[in-house]
Design a protein around this ligand. Sequence first.
Ligand SMILES: Cc1cc2nc3c(=O)[nH]c(=O)nc-3n(C[C@H](O)[C@H](O)[C@H](O)COP(=O)(O)OP(=O)(O)OC[C@H]3O[C@@H](n4cnc5c(N)ncnc54)[C@H](O)[C@@H]3O)c2cc1C
Length: 402
Amino acid sequence: MSKHDVVVVGGGISGLTFAFEAARAGRSVLVLERAPQPGGCLSTHRMEGGYWFELGAHTCYNSYVGFTELIEGCGLRAEVQQRAKTHLRFLDGDRLVPGSNLGVLLRLFSWPEAAFSLPRMIGAKKDGKTVEEFYGRIVGKRNYAKVLGPMLSAVPSQSADAFPAGMLFKMRDTRRKDFPRSFTLRGGLQSMTDTLARQPGIEVAAGRTAVSLEASGSAWMVVTDDGERHEAAVVAVATPPSASSAVLGGAAPELAAQVSRVRDTVVETLAFAVRASKVKIPVSMFLVPRQDVFHSAVTRDSVPDPEWRSFAFHFKPGPSQDERVARVTRLLGLGKTDLEDLVEKRTVLPSPALGHERIVGEIDRLSAGRRLCVLGNWFAGLSIEDCVDRSRSEWARVAAAV
Ligand SMILES: Cc1cc2nc3c(=O)[nH]c(=O)nc-3n(C[C@H](O)[C@H](O)[C@H](O)COP(=O)(O)OP(=O)(O)OC[C@H]3O[C@@H](n4cnc5c(N)ncnc54)[C@H](O)[C@@H]3O)c2cc1C
């Protein structure tokens, strides 16, 4: 049996932010992570020779104030790397639609429909509306179905139609002018979670799946799939909703019941590098298909390299690996042997729906007064910064109790 002040379940940015705050405050922390290494959606594949590419998150903004403070707090400020301006492109089957960013949206929109709908933007409120209802009303139903909907679904790598409209894009008031507007880290974003995991006071047990939580006197006991028991005064659960509700079920069934009301979904990522000389597709950092077996593709063209380019295709569940490879090679005009360092990753992502705020309110009500925290990318929003915000505010809530 192990004994720590704090046990964190899940070693993504949510769990590791909580661990970092607790360790910085002098507490001993154990992080239990199911995968062979921590990081979760911060997932950087590194090739021999130093080239890297992302399978998950790729972009941070200088409005991510909490995240920038974390970067400074763990000594990574010098690693911040500005990203080149984004080129968002649309795909029609295998054809790249001419134009990028706003230009391509303007090209694809039906303007009679937009002209009729756009005045509805004045005073439009997101409260109580889904993404489809809110944006469909502003640009028109057909424009939404053919252009804006696919683009909005490309962002969270799943259909965003049923999301609460307020959760998708969040305007943040403050920007750190001393950070680039859009940035990554030299060596990729997983450098952040790698560094957090190495901080003094934090022990990471990778390859360990938490299966249950028990009350143990005034403490908690987390049980892992190898039968080990891990005792702590504070437990934070920072996994996708389905995994969190399974872990919480035994000791906190009411909390687990609320968490289980948040649905999640799977995205299957296929990523690879290609010799730059072989790729014909122009610089296009974010590819949005209008109707396809994948939600989006992200390239590393934002941090150019003379020798390599790379692509991460975020697929809907269903196609086999062979079918996925066939799809991307046809699209890019490449052979299978051109794809180097082919890697795959299965990610579970939350799918919030209308009424989400009430569920979060109930989770917070049931957690109040307990040394039990539920963290993740599904409280106020889905970005890295939303994870950091949630973890820091939950640590502040329980810090005095341990
Ligand atoms: C393809 C993609 C692109 C993205 N792009 C961006 C972007 O550019 N900018 C941005 O701000 N955000 C982006 N995001 C969102 C952001 O990366 C995530 O919201 C965030 O990283 C989630 O962190 P998390 O710690 O809450 O969850 P996760 O990263 O999902 O971490 C949860 C961890 O818990 C582990 N786990 C699960 N069950 C158990 C268990 N029972 N026991 C132990 N461990 C368990 C998992 O293995 C995982 O490591 C992107 C997400 C994806 C998937």
